[in-house]
Design a protein around this ligand. Structure first.
Ligand code: HEM
Length: 245
């Protein structure tokens, strides 16, 4: 129970930090680089906390006793790990604050690779959250402080979640467009990075007013992907049930 609570709070901190990394122009490049290094360390702890699942699934995977949702989760988590690795390495190679001289392999467009892998990572994290929807809901409901925080008079939970879903879906399409656009750039020529972010000459300047909208938009986006994943999973389970009955 206590371990689950710790895991929940820890994962929530990881998710909040991850979301804030999507707007270095708002949070400052310095915050972006320092926070992502901490996130890298936190992800290793996250893997250690879930080592039983990883070891158990890996054993099943090698003995080919894994299928359905477990197989999807396993493949997805492995892809996420790989994508996170690419984000981190490309990030280090375009670093402007922590490792400004750490620039190698100029024939590769590291900025474009960094952005493409970050958007891919965002999509996979959304699906990852959707596949663990029931666990998140169950542990979330057991947190009295969180429950109290969410118990303010809401306009209507249905209307609110629909609004979040609409905004999230619109932004999801924006991200897919960005992914396509930057992918084209990725294959069109090398760039060392550092010059694309406009109005951010000062690597330490934070735009406090911009943080909340950016945070809301990316949270809605992640929430929408998680919701669609959960819906798809529920439908698949229902279809299977009606077929067997
Ligand atoms: C999970 C980790 C990370 C995520 C999700 C992430 C995400 C992003 C995204 C989405 C952008 C583009 C922002 C935009 O389009 O305005 C970006 C830019 C940038 N990131 Fe990261 N990043 C991560 C890790 C890192 C690391 C480890 C470093 C370096 C230590 C780094 C350094 C940079 C820099 C310097 C830019 C600006 C690139 C430019 O000049 O356009 N990032 N990051």
């Amino acid at each position: 129970m206590k371990k689950n609570r710790f895991k929940f709070c820890f994962d929530l901190t990881i998710a909040i930090t991850f979301i804030l990394l999507f707007a270095p122009g708002v949070t400052s490049i310095a915050f972006h680089e320092i926070a992502s290094i901490f996130l890298g360390a936190a992800l290793i702890i996250h893997l250690v906390l879930n080592k039983e699942w990883i070891i158990g699934m890996s054993k099943k995977m090698f003995s080919r006793r894994i299928k359905g949702k477990s197989l999807l989760s396993y493949v997805l988590n492995f892809t996420l790990l790989l994508v996170m690795f690419i984000i981190m390495v490309s990030g280090l190679l375009i670093s402007e604050v922590i490792f400004p001289n750490f620039r190698h392999f100029p024939s590769i467009n590291w900025v474009a690779l960094h952005i493409v892998s970050a958007v891919l990572g965002l999509l996979i994290v959304g699906i990852h959250l959707g596949l663990h929807w029931n666990w998140i809901k169950q542990i979330g409901n057991q947190q009295p402080k969180l429950k109290k925080l969410l118990s303010f008079r809401k306009p209507s939970i249905k209307k609110l979640s629909r609004l979040i879903l609409i905004i999230g879906t619109i932004f999801l399409f924006v991200q897919i467009f960005k992914l396509t656009f930057v992918s084209i750039e990725l294959f069109s020529g090398p760039s060392l990075g550092g010059e694309e972010i406009q109005g951010n000459e000062n690597h330490f300047s934070v735009n406090l007013v911009g943080i909340l909208p950016v945070f809301a938009i990316y949270s809605f986006l992640l929430g929408s992907i998680a919701f669609y994943t959960h819906l798809l999973e529920k439908r698949t389970i229902n279809k299977k049930r009606t077929r067997t009955s």
